[in-house]
Design a protein around this ligand. Structure first.
Ligand SMILES: Nc1ncnc2c1ncn2[C@@H]1O[C@H](COP(=O)(O)OP(=O)(O)OP(=O)(O)O)[C@@H](O)[C@H]1O
Ligand SMILES: [Mg+2]
Length: 589
């Protein structure tokens, strides 16, 4: 995070300190200006101005600073540095690289008064221009490429605020070769020098031309998601769930397997050890689609609950701004935030320090507005440079006691279009992922069907509906079973329960820790469903032919359905299994 010096600025002095909230007197500042507080120069942001008193949220531990110490205004809004080097890096909530902090401080958590640029300033990058002298360029246009990581080519762009909306400028000089991010690589005739480094205020969305209806799924390789509740590239999703129900595992599965080009993972104030796991684990992970390290297409923003509360408030903005930057290059970006509840709690804490009028359960009245501003920045966009790119936003929600009626879950529910409701009972029964298929939904289903029909099979929507119907019927039958027991049901209903059991155990359950089952391509998701349907069709034929239900349920081949998930050569396996099931059932009559 770098703040360039401004000519006009007036410094003030601290009037009061209350945890992360500090007030200053005589400070000439605007809303959202970044300031340095106290003798140690702790970083903060102006969040309220009333007469002579400016209120500041401070991103670092404030113990030991007190009234009378100086407050220095940078005159600049809270911004992130954007350029090559964002990937394969772990940041805190105000974009300070954790390894740099660690080197300077010896610990990533004792980071008072340490300033570190978000992007390495002395590293040389091999710049390859894609424009020539005399070319006309507009705002956001791509002027060159550097290999940022072994996986990702970084497009160097004219900053979107360097030119007016329809203004064009002529390229008057182009460099090629090794440069640092601050060196000029392209000169424009309007006097603008393009470097590989941009700065952007985190609370402001980067401009686009148009938000479009997303029509491509973000394929996750998780059967219940792709099969029943798909999210679009550019879509929004929430994963609410009680303690220990699988929110983090689901987010990690998405980070690893979703077919996004770029992953931004915001660990927002979850338990300290959980974030440490992420920081230790992610650098070890392999990207299944390239075999390269996963970090080569990932940027991590890590704020543990032992980091100051204000940095938690800002971390999702830092994350989504980085996401938008890669979207502008034409990439599909997926952002995971774990958990947005910790973010909302940070808002609540700061709001209560400000003595604002509390809304529901002490959250500030602007909670809903903040949540929707965040999710609004997701979408499938036509970018200002003419490329198309997307930001998908997936937020975990941790409602206290697993009660979905609380404000963060409810307000999120109103905004997002995909809802993956995790369920304590399912988790307890070790049904994973413990996504409740009765409560979850996706509003993208219909607009994504053509893709699945084209890429997988024309009857994708019918097959999904068939599975949903069987599961619905099971839910109804289970109520009767509770009262009278399974054996009292007519034979056809007993058979339906058996089919539904395979749907739950084979299709909906998926072991994130099994090397093969962890990722299920849509083709396999589809074939698994058609296998269960084959069993269904053949079993009902047998029943109609007079075969007792016990005999049908008892066939040897049926339990093999539960083994499809772990098969690498699933096509062959499924084909054989379908014919075994058919042969065995037909031999009964
Ligand atoms: N898809 C899955 N496959 C296998 N096991 C799973 C799966 N999802 C969750 N689990 C199991 O559930 C445990 C808890 O999951 P996780 O840590 O993701 O829960 P959480 O909702 O993030 O919890 P917290 O509220 O503590 O953050 C995991 O350690 C794992 O054992
Ligand atoms: Mg978790």
């Amino acid at each position: 995070m770098s703040q360039t010096e401004q000519a006009v600025r007036e410094d003030g002095i601290i009037a009061s300190v209350s945890g992360p909230v500090v007030t200053a007197r005589d400070l000439d500042a605007r809303m959202n200006d970044v300031v340095y507080v106290g003798d140690e120069g702790l970083m903060g942001e102006v969040i309220e101005i009333e007469g002579d008193i400016t209120t500041i949220q401070v991103y670092e531990e404030t113990s030991g600073i007190g009234p009378g110490e100086p407050v220095e205004n940078t005159g600049e809004p809270l911004s992130v540095d954007l350029g090559p080097g964002l990937l394969d890096t772990i940041y805190d909530g105000v974009q300070r690289p954790l390894d740099v902090l660690e080197d300077k401080m010896g610990s990533p958590y004792l980071d008072r008064g340490v300033d570190a640029p978000g992007i390495e300033l002395d590293k040389q990058w091999e710049f390859e221009p894609t424009v020539e002298e005399g070319d006309e360029v507009g705002r956001g246009d791509i002027v060159g490429v550097v290999e940022e990581t072994i996986t990702i080519d970084h497009k160097v762009m004219v900053p979107p605020d360097a030119l007016e909306e329809d203004e064009m400028a002529e390229v008057v000089a182009v460099e090629s070769g090794s440069f640092t991010v601050e060196e000029t690589v392209v000169e424009l005739d309007n006097g603008e020098d393009v470097t590989m480094l941009q700065e952007w205020p985190v609370r402001e969305a980067r401009p686009t031309v148009e938000k479009k209806t997303p029509r491509t799924p973000l394929v996750s390789g998780q059967r219940i998601l792709d099969g029943l509740f798909p999210i679009a590239k550019g879509g929004t999703a929430a994963i609410p769930g009680p303690f220990g129900s699988g929110k983090t595992v689901t987010q990690h599965q998405l980070a690893k397997y979703a077919d996004a080009d770029i992953i931004i993972y915001v660990g927002c104030g979850e338990r300290g050890n959980e974030m440490t796991e992420v920081i230790d684990d992610f650098p070890e992970l392999e990207d299944p689609s390239t075999g390269n390290p996963l970090m080569a297409r990932t940027s991590l923003i890590a704020n543990t609950s032992n980091m100051p509360v204000a940095a938690r408030e800002s971390c999702v903005y830092t994350g989504i701004t980085i996401a938008e930057f890669y979207r502008d290059m034409g990439y599909d970006v997926a952002l995971m935030a774990d958990s947005t509840s910790r973010w909302a709690e940070a808002m609540r804490e700061i709001s209560s320090r400000l003595e604002e009028m509390p809304g529901e359960e002490g959250y500030p009245a602007y909670l809903a507005a903040r949540l929707s501003q965040f999710y609004e920045r997701a979408g499938y966009f036509e970018n200002v440079n003419g490329t198309e790119g997307s930001v998908s936003a997936i937020g975990a929600v941790s409602p206290p006691g697993g009660d979905f009626s609380e404000p963060v879950t409810q307000n999120t529910l109103r905004i997002v279009k995909t809802f993956w409701a995790l369920d304590a009972d399912l988790a307890e029964r070790r049904h994973f992922p413990s996504i409740n298929w009765n409560e979850s939904y996706s509003l993208y289903k219909d607009q994504l069907d053509p893709w699945f029909q084209e890429e997988v099979s024309d009857d994708w929507p019918e097959k999904r509906q068939w599975a949903v119907d069987v599961l619905d019927e099971e839910a109804e039958l289970q109520e009767i079973v509770q009262l009278v027991g399974k054996d009292a049901l007519p034979e056809d209903q007993q058979l339906t329960l058996e089919i539904a059991r395979y749907l739950r155990e084979a299709y909906l359950q998926q072991n994130a820790f099994h090397p093969v089952d962890t990722y299920c391509p849509p083709e396999k998701t589809y074939l698994m469903l058609t296998t269960i349907e084959t069993f269904h069709d053949e079993a009902f034929d047998a029943l109609e032919a007079g075969v007792p239900v016990e005999e049908i349920i008892d066939i040897d081949s049926a339990p093999q359905i539960n083994r499809i998930g772990v098969q690498e050569d699933y096509e062959e396996y499924v084909e054989e299994l379908k014919s075994d099931i058919t042969d065995e059932l037909r031999s009964l009559y």
